[in-house]
Design a protein around this ligand. Structure first.
Ligand code: SF4
Length: 536
């Protein structure tokens, strides 16, 4: 059943047909039945927000923090009926691509159009133990699926060769997340590359990660403008508390960090009579003013705020003078130690200049000798992988033609197929810790295996969860940072994500990845995503 009262102004029209600064509020769904106490309170908050004209859209979380909660659309349906536009956060941790597609059909049928595509936090709990995360596709794969659904997915009729018609088009307005609050060069640059990839894949708007560094907010806006990534940015404003400050300071929420200095300020403020409430509201108001001043298209307020709190914060924003935000930017400028910035600092320490980081530029224009030295730091595993790939696994090379001819013969014998597979594994397991997925992404990630080295199996760029370059789950560096560092000495890092979206084909598991590459059965051979969307 479609809602009777479609949103009077939807996110798409507000972003595309106006230049108004928007206010969105995130509501965290809760665990339990809708009629239970906690969910009822959440529903009441949603209702009160829907009646407050200053809130332009309400966003509903999807199992936040990796915990099981009621589905966002259960709450969202009521908001849609009230004529309020809703953003459904959708992550890839709990559903495979079929489950996600099925959910998208349900959302589209219920009248939801705005989907924030996320990879999702790694699960932290579950019934009778930790839930097995899915991560069959990632946020970029989800955007590709949404884009294809909007164009009309091919509807292959089973058993009839060549017959194909298209399913009815959906009307999703997809958004994505971006995290500029990263410490290391490779960690930050891969976030920016991934944002560009998301936009190419169909993201129409982007929401930032939570952060308290105005210079990074400023840099992201400048980066998007200067590189031609055309996407409206919405900045996250989390209303801090002292416990949240301590939690973020310990990297308690993936990818979100609060500096020691801000944590201490928050602790100090919490000793006041109102436990820091006025201070934290003012901090949020100042952040919103900064986002407005920088030219962001809106603020995404989170931190479980109640209606009166939001009203007060927005009134505070209204009370500020036109240029006050520049002073606030100087003040809210909490960076990580030795944090990398793509742009040099501006005259105002809380803002970027439009001069690209001089050290970064110098690192890219090295002398021949310096470059040769840099190449020597690249691990042998990468150099060997690249050497073999360029000569044997690249279509059009003599090696590829020979490999194709050999595997065409090998596959005529079951025994030979088995022997060849064992030989391949004998090479790849010791070097890459290969997990025999059969749809190899080694060449996509500078010869690092996403199956064995990334708990979220991220094949299209890093998730947003890294903490100073480290994986959000394991005590090891993110593979995408390592890939960046391997590619940079070759001058290949800028284009590392300029390629079609990778979807792993589960039907290839435990089969020879080499055979699948030579015989064009894997994602390298099937470059057109439309070929895959019918789902084998
Ligand atoms: S075949 Fe799959 S599991 Fe093996 S190295 Fe390649 S990506 Fe990793």
């Amino acid at each position: 059943m479609q809602p009777s009262g479609a949103a009077s102004q939807n996110l798409r029209s507000m972003l595309e047909d106006s230049d108004r600064f928007l206010t969105g509020v995130e509501i965290e769904t809760s665990r339990g039945l809708l009629m239970a106490e906690t969910s009822r309170k959440t529903a009441e908050l949603a209702k009160s927000l829907s009646e407050f004209e200053r809130v332009d859209f309400v966003a509903l979380t999807d199992n936040p923090g990796g915990n099981p909660h009621i589905r966002p659309e259960i709450l969202g349906q009521d908001l849609l009926f009230r004529g309020r536009d809703v953003v459904i956060n959708m992550s890839c941790k709990d559903y495979n691509r079929n489950g996600i597609e099925s959910r998208l059909w349900a959302l589209g049928s219920q009248g939801f159009t705005n989907v924030l595509a996320l990879s999702g936090d790694y699960p932290t709990d579950g019934f009778q133990g930790l839930a097995q995360p899915v991560f069959d596709i990632d946020s970029v794969g989800l955007l590709e699926l949404i884009e294809q659904m909007n164009e009309g997915l091919p509807n292959r009729v089973w058993g009839s060769v060549g017959r194909e018609d298209r399913l009815e088009k959906t009307n999703f307005y997809a958004g994505c997340a971006v995290s500029p609050f990263k410490k290391l060069e490779g960690e930050l640059m891969t976030q920016y590359f991934k944002l560009a990839m998301k936009v190419r894949t169909g993201a129409k708007w982007a929401i930032t990660q939570i952060g308290y560094d105005s210079r990074k907010f400023s840099e992201l806006q400048l980066y998007v403008q200067s590189t031609g990534i055309e996407i409206p940015l919405i900045g996250s404003v989390f209303i801090l508390t002292a416990p949240a400050g301590r939690f973020f300071n310990r990297w308690g929420m993936p990818g979100v960090w609060v500096s020691d200095e801000l944590r201490d300020i928050a602790d100090q403020q919490a000793k006041s009579r109102d436990r820091g409430r006025a201070y934290f509201s003012e901090l949020a108001a100042k952040q919103i003013a900064i986002l407005k001043g920088l030219g962001y298209r809106g603020a995404y307020i989170s931190g479980r705020p109640q209606l009166e709190r939001i009203r007060g914060i927005l009134e505070m924003v209204d009370s500020y003078g036109e240029n006050d935000w520049k002073e606030f930017a100087k003040e809210i400028n909490f960076a990580q130690t030795n944090e990398f910035y793509y742009f040099e600092q501006g005259d105002n320490p809380g803002l970027s200049s439009n001069q690209v980081n001089k050290d970064y530029l110098a690192s890219k224009s090295k002398s021949k000798l310096a470059r040769a030295k840099a190449l020597m730091t690249v691990p042998l595993q990468y150099r060997l992988g690249k050497f073999v790939h360029d000569r044997v696994f690249t279509e059009g090379t003599l090696g590829f033609k020979a490999g194709r001819a050999i595997y065409a013969q090998v596959e005529k014998s079951k025994k030979l197929t088995g022997v060849a597979h064992v030989l391949e594994q004998a090479t790849k397991v010791p070097v890459y810790h290969c997990q025999d997925c059969g749809d190899c992404s080694l060449p996509d990630i500078a010869y690092l295996c996403p199956e064995s080295e990334c708990v979220k199996n991220q094949r299209n760029g890093p998730c947003g969860g890294t903490k100073a370059g480290m994986c959000e789950v394991l005590d090891k560096e993110c593979i995408w940072l390592r890939a960046y560092d391997r590619l940079k000495p070759y001058g290949e890092e800028l284009t590392m994500l300029e390629r079609p979206v990778v979807f792993r084909d589960a039907s290839l598991r435990n089969t020879s990845a080499w055979a699948n590459t030579f015989l064009l059965r894997d994602h390298h051979g099937k470059k057109n995503p439309a070929d895959r969307s019918g789902g084998a």
